[in-house]
Design a protein. Structure first.
Length: 82
């Protein structure tokens, strides 16, 4: 359920393929900025735990889809290292 909610947030707020009004785009930017400022580290940590815990399951595939969607607008340093 958690991963499905994150997917819905991506589709509703982040997805660039959806045409939005200027007001919606500004609102979505504020939402993304708030997520970056308050909880993105916890989200990334939860993804890592999901990948470790549910290795080789459907949840792993969905989690990787979520990471792929969110990586466009979060700090890459949270996902990759040297």
């Amino acid at each position: 359920m958690y991963l499905r909610i994150l997917k819905a947030i991506d589709e509703e707020v982040v997805d660039r393929d959806v045409i939005r009004s200027q007001q919606e785009a500004e609102r979505n930017t504020k939402i993304k900025d708030h997520i970056r400022d308050t909880c993105i580290t916890e989200l990334v940590d939860s993804w890592f735990q999901i990948l470790k815990t549910y290795e080789n399951s459907v949840s792993t595939c969905l989690c990787l889809d979520i990471i792929g969607a969110y990586i466009e607008w979060i700090d890459i340093g949270l996902i990759a290292n040297d």
